[in-house]
Design a binder for this molecule. Structure first.
Ligand code: GDP
Ligand code: IMO
Ligand code: MG
Length: 424
């Protein structure tokens, strides 16, 4: 038995979907533990991109069970669309898909509030995905959320949804609320066979010795506590959030695999010290097809930042790293890695190698870089560590040494077979 967490350790879109899919042959159950349809996890096989927003990335492996845990916020319409799309591709859900009764429901109101908050001139623009994620978590934490178990009962739904409109000072007529309830209950009827009291099932799987994989969404630098607040998502994306989002003991987690891109990207607003607003940034964006899987927005691109990546390694207790998109760095004369922050005027507050608590400081720090030689060879067909050119190996080994954590997987393309297991 092994219980593994696979987590994005940067600003999301690190290639979690690809890595989870590549590891799938050793996994019995994949449990998505947080986030909602703000996520977009891409899995590529048979020449096609398959983008998953809610459904766990193990779904294409028919022997695997897939779970949405308590910590996930679920838009029922999105869920049904995604399940229908997958069913058309031949995926079966019967006896292998589960949703915890405690999971929160994303309502029309939440999507409205998310859009309104981003449009309001007085508010900080977070650049959210506008999927209603923040407002749904907010209502859940303020103890007013709609849970999956509420979907059974029309009267409960009416009371709760009416109350939410009152709480948010939004006028809403009864007919519209009833229409929403009908819509929710229609969607619910299609998924209710999958709804379970999850902690008991997870406990059973643990006792049976199943191999369980916890799938993270977003990335550690978007964690609501430890990310670049307020430019973060609204859930706990880090390893510490798993147990409370699933309803199992943290002592069961055996290993944490951190997924890191070979460079940095970010969608939405917020500080990004190594961002490249120049031809190099554009070249990375084009070579890496860096456009959001959920919103299609161009991703901001920049050099690898060891200070924030190492902070992420530390807060998650990362045991080993999967380094993705190395092939995208082909064709550069030199590559830079940020190894420290020059805090300038604020240098008394933090060390050069320290990620600040007040991340607004990141807007003004000067990255301290080292430079490494690039490589020109196409590495997308490399199958083994020794197939990689010396400079590519040197880049990976330098990151490994700076992060003080073994890099066990190097990904050189989006397909399943473009994965190098270092040391195997
Ligand atoms: P996730 O949200 O972490 O699952 O990542 P996304 O799917 O949003 O974004 C990662 C993108 O990179 C997807 O389009 C993947 O198909 C692609 N990808 C993953 N690994 C690699 C890789 O090693 N090389 C290249 N070129 N693309 C990759
Ligand atoms: P995956 O799982 C990258 C970003 C948004 C925005 C901030 C808050 O594919 O890695 P939200 O809609 O969550 O309230 O937006 O978080 N964001 C992501 N960025 N990948 C994601 O998911 C993201 N999910 C949210 O762009 O900056
Ligand atoms: Mg993504």
């Amino acid at each position: 038995m092994s219980i593994t967490a696979v987590l994005g350790c940067l600003y999301g879109d690190e290639g979690k979907g690809k890595i989870i899919d590549a590891l799938a042959s050793d996994v019995d159950v994949t449990i998505r533990f947080q986030g909602g349809s703000n996520a977009g996890h891409t899995i590529k096989f048979d020449g096609n991109d398959h983008i998953l927003h809610l459904i766990p990335s193990g779904i294409f492996h028919s022997n695997q069970k897939c779970v949405l845990a308590t910590g996930v916020v679920i838009d029922l319409c999105q869920l049904e669309d995604e399940m229908n799309g997958l069913t058309e591709k031949g995926v079966s859900f019967s006896d292998r898909f589960y949703i915890d009764e405690r999971a929160s429901v994303v309502l029309r109101l939440h999507k409205f509030l998310d859009k309104k908050s981003e449009a309001d001139a007085n508010n900080e623009k977070i650049g959210t995905t506008q999927r209603g994620i923040g407002p749904c978590y907010t209502d859940s934490i303020s103890r007013n959320g709609v849970k999956f178990y509420d979907l059974k009962n029309k009267d409960t739904l009416q009371k709760k949804i009416t109350n939410l409109y009152l709480l948010h000072h939004i006028e809403m007529n009864e007919a519209e609320i009833l229409d929403q309830i009908e819509d929710l209950q229609n969607h619910y009827a299609k998924v209710k066979e999958y709804v379970v009291n999850l902690p008991y099932l997870v406990d059973k799987w643990i006792k049976e010795g199943k191999n369980i994989l916890f799938e993270g969404a977003q990335g550690s630098l978007l964690d609501v506590y430890f990310g670049t607040y307020p430019f973060v998502t609204s859930s706990h994306t880090i390893a510490g959030g798993i147990a409370s989002a699933v309803g199992c003991s943290p002592k069961h987690i055996d290993q944490i695999i951190g997924v890191y891109k070979s460079y940095f990207t970010r969608v939405g607003s917020g500080p990004f010290p190594t961002e490249l607003n120049d031809k190099i940034g554009e070249k990375i964006r084009e070579q890496g097809h860096e456009y959001g899987s959920t919103t299609g927005r161009p991703r901001r691109c920049g050099w690898f930042d060891v200070v924030s990546a190492k902070y992420s390694t530390m807060i998650n207790g990362v045991d080993s790293i999967a380094l993705t998109l190395l092939d995208v760095l082909t064709g550069f004369d030199t590559l830079k890695i940020c190894t420290g922050y020059d805090y300038g005027y604020h240098k008394n507050l933090y060390q050069e190698n320290e990620f600040p608590a007040d991340t607004s400081l990141l807007a003004n720090i000067k990255p301290i870089y080292i430079e490494l030689p690039g490589w020109q060879e196409d590495i997308s067909t490399c199958k083994k560590w020794n197939d990689l050119p010396e400079n590519a190996k040197q880049y990976v080994l330098t990151l490994e040494s700076l992060l003080e954590t073994p890099i066990r997987i190097v990904s050189v393309g989006p397909n399943r077979d473009q994965t190098i297991y270092v040391g195997k």
